[in-house]
Design a protein around this ligand. Structure first.
Ligand code: SAM
Length: 355
């Protein structure tokens, strides 16, 4: 019978055999109890157990087979290795049997020596990873990319969502970001004005629970008032003819206290982007963003200039977040918060025009 927990399988070839008497029989051997004492504390492979108990592989394997047969062990396979540990799902009779035997045997000299040897086996394992990073530190970034792709760290961050949020990916394009966020959100609506981009987004988001794809314009969103907790504008604001109007529209769709997140370009001078890609704005300055966001009804605005990515050929980016106030504001251009400081805070480099 196999019982799966956290990648382990409990093994007993025949559950009817694993009676208390069988289990008593399998414990009636000093080596097997030494092995169980070890496997209670950590998992070990056969060859690690051989090192600790100082017995040949055939002997250790035979004892593991008996312990497995009588339901004492769980095993986890990793490549060609099998990692054993004491089963976490022993029944009450087996557990009390084991408790009694362990109390008797854990203070013996053999058990003490096993504990010390097992420590050095575990230290050798840790040493292998320490040694790897001590020589490969400089190569880690490229190895990470090679093994896990360029978006691995991004994959971690959606876990910051509570799982209940109603998220709008506004200007969703082909739905890359929506695909990343959807499993972590309560609901997600992906909006874009381009039917071609939406076709690809629908394809990518097919089968994702709680996801809706809608055609619509940022300046007149097909969403109800207060229907979002989080609104995301990723690389879209520079396409919008009237950003002030679009941001007011985003504010309408957010509940009070809801979040706006914007990723876009810092002000740059690549005028050819207008012809080549239809950009309307050559990035943005903090001051213009501040004015629009304040007027639209946002507060607690924080803008961070992102560090250059050596693999990216485009202009530098910023990341901005703000919180929706109740009702639109009329304060413009520089609103001042309770501390007497402008609400917009810009962090990072301030050299956008050189891009
Ligand atoms: C550069 S893509 C970015 C897509 C996606 N957000 C991303 O980060 O990869 C810009 C997207 O915004 C959409 N878009 C541009 N102006 C828009 C508007 N006024 N309303 C809605 N979508 C718009 C375009 O159709 C395009 O799919």
């Amino acid at each position: 019978m196999y019982f799966r927990s956290c990648g382990y399988m409990d093994i007993a070839t025949d559950p009817a055999r694993a009676s208390v008497l069988d289990r008593l029989g399998s414990l009636a051997d000093e080596t097997r109890t030494r092995i169980l004492l070890l496997l209670e504390g950590s998992e070990f492979t056969v060859s690690e157990l051989c090192q600790v108990v100082q017995l040949p592989q055939s002997t250790v394997s035979r004892h593991l087979r008996i312990l497995s047969r009588d339901g004492w062990l769980a095993v986890r396979s990793e490549g060609t290795s099998r990692h054993y540990r004491l089963s976490a799902s022993l029944d009450a009779a087996a557990r009390s049997l084991w408790t009694a035997v362990r109390e008797e045997l854990s203070a013996t000299p053999a058990a003490r020596e096993d504990r010390l040897r097992s420590k050095s086996v575990l230290e050798a394992r840790a040493e292998r990873s320490r040694a790897f990073f001590s020589t490969e530190a400089g190569r880690w970034d490229s190895l990470r990319r090679e093994l896990f792709g360029g978006r691995a760290d991004l994959q971690l961050l959606p876990g910051l969502l509570e799982g209940t949020e109603r998220v709008g990916d506004l200007g969703c394009g082909t739905g890359q970001l929506a695909r990343l966020l959807a499993p972590f959100a309560g609901e997600l609506v992906a909006v874009d004005r381009s039917p071609q981009m939406l076709d690809l987004a629908r394809e990518r988001l097919r089968g994702q629970a709680g996801v809706r794809v809608e055609q619509g314009d940022l300046e007149a969103l097909p969403l109800k008032d207060g229907s979002l907790d989080v609104a995301i504008l990723s690389l879209v604001l520079h396409y919008v003819v009237d950003p002030a109007r679009a941001l007011a529209e985003v504010h309408r769709t957010l509940r009070p206290g809801g979040r706006i997140l914007i990723l876009d370009m810092q002000r740059h001078q690549r005028a050819r982007f207008r012809e080549e890609m239809g950009h309307v704005w050559l990035g943005f300055t903090p001051a213009e963003l501040e004015g629009w966001l304040e007027d639209a009804g946002f507060e607690a605005i924080r803008l961070v200039d992102l560090p250059p990515d050596p693999e990216a050929a485009g202009p530098l980016l910023f990341s901005l977040r703000g919180r929706s106030r109740k009702g639109p504001s009329t304060m413009h251009p520089t609103a001042v918060n309770g501390s007497g400081q402008p609400d917009l805070e810009r962090r990072g480099t301030d050299d956008a025009d050189s891009n």
